[in-house]
Design a protein around this ligand. Sequence first.
Ligand code: CU
Length: 252
Amino acid sequence: MLSLVRSKLLNILKIKTMRNITQRSTTTNLCRRLAPACSVAAALFFTLFLSGCEYLDDFDDFGKDKDKNEQEMYEVKLTDLNNSGVTGTATVMYNEEGEFTVLVNAKNLVPSMVHPQHIHGFDMEDKDAVCPPSSAAGQDGLLTLADGLPFYGPVLLPLDDELVPLEVNNFPKASASGSLNYIGVVKTSSLVAAIDAKYEEEQTMEDFKAEERVIVIHGAYVKDNKIVPAGTQGAEYMATLPVACGEVKKMH
Ligand SMILES: [Cu+2]
């Protein structure tokens, strides 16, 4: 009885050992067969890994160049036109994912009067807008809005109480002492959308090209083609008359 059990056990062990050998040889064969494929796969993986690293490097640079949260800052020194005596400063700043802001501080304007003001430029063309020289006035000596157009170009953005829509709304009034403190704020994305809707090709904030623009302030009393103080008899308030201008420059 015992010997029968032993022989059965021995048989089972034999079978198990045989199975193990067969399995091992199958595994060895499989490995041999797959070895070339394995090295090709390893090489491929290594190459992909390296190019992946390169890609990451590129992505890093891309992030540095085009940080949409970076604040772009521009300053404007406003000097007078038509001997208005109006001077001031303006600041334009924006970040693509945040707000677009324009600040204007000017003095010596006609007190308590509305002064239209705009960012002027040559649409979305690549042409630099500049402030007109006094010689642009022509024979009458008065530099009108039209006289200045070849220099500063048409209105791109009215600096009124609502920057968007781009149509004119309410312009600021100078204080009783003739100073103007203006703040215009809008979401940069809605400004881009408004500009994009107005011009033919797709527009982005890059097309805004702040550095190619100027800011012009308008509005003065005029008599005999000269600016005169408010209250001068026979004087007419010309709301469109340019009285100050400044080129938009990148702040460093
Ligand atoms: Cu203007």
